[in-house]
Write a protein that binds this ligand. Structure first.
Ligand SMILES: [Zn+2]
Length: 206
């Protein structure tokens, strides 16, 4: 068995979406002075490896705490999507079954960690592809990029997937270390009433 960590570590100098504040991690208590060590963390919900809940894009969408733990692990199918416009074609060649988690491997995250985010370069999952994944019964999708589709497209992919309670994992790393099939565990922090949360995402390869 092999374990691969798909999580982008949180730090004050990490790459964040343009316009978002970086995390603030402050040491508020020390063993020497207070008897214990403790930090205060200020972090927006869509920084680093995180999961989008429907509330992120839909006024009546569910918040992240409304999903049961069963939603956050399962069989994953990794699909290579090298084109900037991701159509349904690459997914048609993949053995996706109902209840799978589909991981979209674009390679973009490696470039982001070296050179930062360039919004013009971000891959875009077409609405047609999102519809295909929903029809196949994917319960969650993940991508090694900032997002499956941004404001240029009026967030249509986000809205379509989230309206069907298909959650989206963003900012994944190390997808290049995965075979086509594995199991993933992606548990977001259980924070009540928020639109998404950071998750430690790992893959198990047997
Ligand atoms: Zn997000």
């Amino acid at each position: 068995m092999r374990v691969v960590d798909l999580t982008y570590p949180i730090s004050e100098d990490m790459v964040v979406y343009p316009g978002e504040p970086k995390p603030m991690i402050k040491n508020v208590n020390t063993v020497k002075k207070h008897g214990w060590c403790e930090h205060s963390i200020s972090l927006q919900t869509h920084i680093g490896t995180h999961i989008d809940a429907p509330m992120h894009m839909l006024t009546k969408g569910k918040s992240i705490d409304k999903f049961k733990p069963e939603h956050f692990f399962g069989r994953a199918i990794v699909v290579d999507c090298k084109e900037k416009e991701i159509t349904s074609e690459p997914f048609k060649k993949a053995p996706i079954k109902r209840g799978d988690i589909v991981l979209i491997r674009t390679g973009e995250m490696k470039r982001i960690m070296r050179r930062g985010i360039s919004l013009d370069r971000q891959p875009h999952l077409t609405l047609d592809a999102a519809k295909y994944l929903a029809a196949k019964g994917a319960k969650m999708i993940g991508i090694d990029s900032t997002s499956p589709g941004d404001s240029k497209y009026n967030f249509e992919t986000h809205k379509y997937l989230l309206s069907r309670n298909i959650l989206i994992i963003e900012f994944l790393v190390n997808l290049d270390k995965l075979p086509q099939q594995c199991h993933i565990y992606a548990f977001p922090l259980l924070i009540n009433g928020v639109d998404g949360a950071q998750a430690r995402v790992i893959a198990i390869i047997r």
